[in-house]
Design a protein around this ligand. Structure first.
Ligand code: MN
Ligand code: MN
Length: 476
């Protein structure tokens, strides 16, 4: 029988064997707190400048060119040996690399995030008249709660390829003097029927139509005269004709800038933090890197929110092609066998957010295994739904390695699942990279109100995520 321990002995035992969850704000020195606010401000600017995947690619490109990265697809002689390269894929995904001192065949350290977010895409025949108003039809992209998008200012961001083949980038609704768009909803007085419907049925996809104008062009005999007004403005401002909208990708996103939230300004509210919080912090991490041992790679994928499909998602050949390019410019073996060897020997973080515990909805989380904002970056061993189905489930050996790197570098981290068993779940890009045989685990900060137009993160977690990614790229 164990002997009864005295108070001091119990305390020592606790200290020795219990895991203690640390609140980042309790841990940071004054200087680090200030740094967290500085990085938080840079992050807000990134969110404002990168509301779509295309804008994220151009914002990232702007940042890295200043730091001496060269376009691997257009290397001039003088830029051949910078050791810092980038590759843009169809303008909607981008990869960066800093060549390490070790050969590529020993593996890469890869951080992969995604730069697409839930939103409302314009349909290809979007504009129509109804009740003497011009309206614009949308088709939602990714998992949204449709009512979040009603009665709030929305902006249009996107690219239109006009008849002569040139690309026109449009952005309406962000400047102070710009108009915005909105989706109207029923007044409470007439919503009795709507109110008793199930939430999933009360708001229909085909009713997510944007209000776009009310002045007619022509007279009462003119057909579609409100639509004509909208097209007239688009034509005047952007030289667009109606058929051009078919060769276009225009996204309705929440208008306005990211903001500090809370009296202490410790939180950040804004659109698209899933997953630009990981895109931004992994970008900051690679930019702060000196010559690493293993080649450091950061990937920024598109289409995660709809299953990583298409030629810009994580299921595409983008990573393989980039690795092949990196071998090629160093005059190394680009055979399939050699590329497979590099990828098998690689270590990766699937940099994506987890769901922080919502104070008012604790019942959908299992609190011992849920992430909380303010407690640092979250290691998510597995994703998936109903018995880990569809998950990438990381190896214990690899998590041990990541845990050691974080602990050695003073990174405050936590672990969590996405909700209770059979209640929550989800998928990330982890499983697509795992299929190459590399080690990979999901690892990113928690956010509140995920997939809403105003997601919330904690500046302390932004800071810790940056530190974690930098430590991974340096030490893994
Ligand atoms: Mn995500
Ligand atoms: Mn998501």
């Amino acid at each position: 029988m164990d002997k009864k321990l005295n108070k001091k002995e119990v305390e020592n035992l606790e200290k020795r064997i219990l895991r203690k969850q640390v609140l980042v704000w309790d841990h940071l020195l004054q200087k680090e707190k200030e740094e967290a606010f500085v990085i938080g401000n840079r992050y807000k600017t990134f969110l404002d400048n990168a509301k779509t995947e295309r804008e994220a690619v151009s914002e990232i490109t702007k940042c890295i060119i200043k730091e001496g990265f060269s376009d691997i697809d257009n290397l001039s002689k003088s830029k051949k040996n910078t050791g810092k390269y980038y590759k843009i894929f169809h303008n909607k995904a981008i990869a960066l690399a800093i060549i390490g001192t070790k050969p590529l065949k020993e593996g890469l350290n890869i951080i992969a995030s995604h730069i697409d977010s839930p939103r409302l895409d314009l349909k290809q025949n979007p504009i129509y008249d109804d009740i003497s108003l011009a309206l614009i039809k949308t088709h939602y992209y990714g998992g949204i709660k449709k009512y979040h998008w009603l009665v709030r200012p929305l902006a249009l961001h996107g690219r239109v390829i006009i008849k002569n083949g040139s690309a026109i980038d449009i952005k309406i609704g962000e400047a102070e003097t710009d108009p915005v768009f909105m989706i109207s909803d029923l007044l409470p007085h007439l919503a009795a029927k709507q109110n008793i419907k199930k939430l999933s049925e009360a708001f229909e996809g085909e009713k997510l139509n944007l209000l776009a104008g009310s002045i007619p062009t022509g007279d009462t005999k003119t057909k579609n005269r409100f639509k004509l007004t909208v097209l007239k403005h688009l034509n005047k401002q952007y030289k667009i004709i109606e058929e051009d909208l078919i060769s276009a990708e225009i996204e309705a996103v929440p208008a306005g800038k990211a903001r500090d939230v809370g009296m202490d300004k410790s939180l950040i509210g804004g659109y698209g933090q899933d997953d630009r919080i990981c895109a931004f912090t992994s970008l900051e991490a690679i930019l702060k890197l000196d010559k690493p041992e293993r080649t450091a790679v950061t990937m920024f994928f598109d289409k995660e929110e709809i299953g990583s499909e298409g030629n810009t998602g994580a299921k595409s050949q983008f990573l393989e092609q980039f690795v092949s390019d990196l071998q090629n410019i160093q005059k190394k073996d680009t055979s399939q066998r050699s590329l497979r060897e590099i990828l098998i020997n690689s270590s990766a973080l699937s940099a994506d957010v987890n769901a922080g515990i919502e104070p008012d909805y604790k019942d959908v989380y299992e609190e011992n295994n849920a992430a909380a904002i303010g407690y640092g970056i979250c290691i998510t061993k597995f994703t998936g739904v109903k018995g880990k189905s569809g998950a990438s489930d990381a190896n214990a050996e690899y998590i041990a390695k990541i845990r050691e790197i974080f602990n050695n570098n003073n990174v405050i981290w936590q672990t969590g699942e996405l909700g209770k068993i059979d209640v929550g779940g989800g998928g990330t890009i982890a499983k697509y990279l795992a299929s190459y045989g590399m080690d990979i685990v999901d690892c990113g900060p928690p956010v509140l109100s995920m997939h809403s137009p105003f997601e919330v993160s904690n500046k302390a977690d932004v800071y810790m995520t940056f530190k974690a990614y930098k430590a991974f790229l340096e030490d893994c």
